[in-house]
Design a protein. Structure first.
Length: 208
């Protein structure tokens, strides 16, 4: 799977493929209805904006999420992520359990009462290739089911940027061999660039 990150897609489609642009406009209408029900301000997608698009890999994205989960629940950096360790990581699994409202014995061990967990929801609690990040500030990602595209998530690109900046600060500490986190850094830099583009243009970051 190759997640694609796109900012300014609606404006680009209006220049090239008007019929598909209309479908995406309907999707934004669906999103705004969900935002209103959640008590969040609605999003006005620009009709004119430059197109920015990049791609990453699911492995790199999951390695970054694994890094964030370990920082949050263990307060420590894990070994750099790879195909062998990314899918069976206890803190990552515990983070998803907590996000789903569950708390296993392991999750309770990793999150003592004195610790407030889950500071990386907009990075971790989101789909790889189906959803939106909007340049709006709201606390928690919103699960939705669109009549246009089916299930997905709405995240805040502002919160996502803050979460990724916190990871970057941790990796910049003098006791960290940041170069060893090659996959995580590549994805981190890409996501930060995407978030900056949403701020600059007011456009949504779309994952496909």
């Amino acid at each position: 799977m190759t997640p694609h990150l796109t900012v300014g897609l609606l404006a680009d489609l209006k220049r090239r493929q008007v019929e598909i642009a209309s479908e995406l406009e309907n999707e934004f209408g669906e999103l705004n209805r969900v935002l209103e029900k959640s008590g969040v301000a609605t999003h006005d997608e620009p009709q004119e904006a430059p197109l920015w698009e990049r791609e990453t890999t699911s492995l790199d994205l999951h390695c970054l999420r694994r890094l964030a989960a370990n920082i949050d629940l263990r307060g420590e950096l894990p070994e750099p992520g790879c195909e062998e360790n990314v899918d069976d990581d206890e803190p990552t699994n515990s983070y998803y359990e907590l996000a789903a409202g569950k708390k296993s014995i392991l999750a309770r061990m990793l999150t003592p009462a004195s610790k407030i967990p889950r500071h990386f929801d907009h990075l971790i609690v989101h789909r790889d290739n189906d959803g939106f990040y909007l340049p709006l500030d709201f606390k928690a990602p919103i699960d939705f089911h669109s009549k246009v595209s089916g299930p997905g998530w709405i995240g805040s690109s502002l919160r996502l940027q803050a979460e990724c900046e916190a990871i970057a600060e941790r990796l910049a500490q003098p006791d960290v061999n940041a170069a060893s986190y090659e996959r995580e850094l590549a994805c981190l830099e890409l996501v930060l660039e995407a978030c900056r583009k949403t701020r600059e243009t007011g456009s949504a970051l779309i994952l496909t």
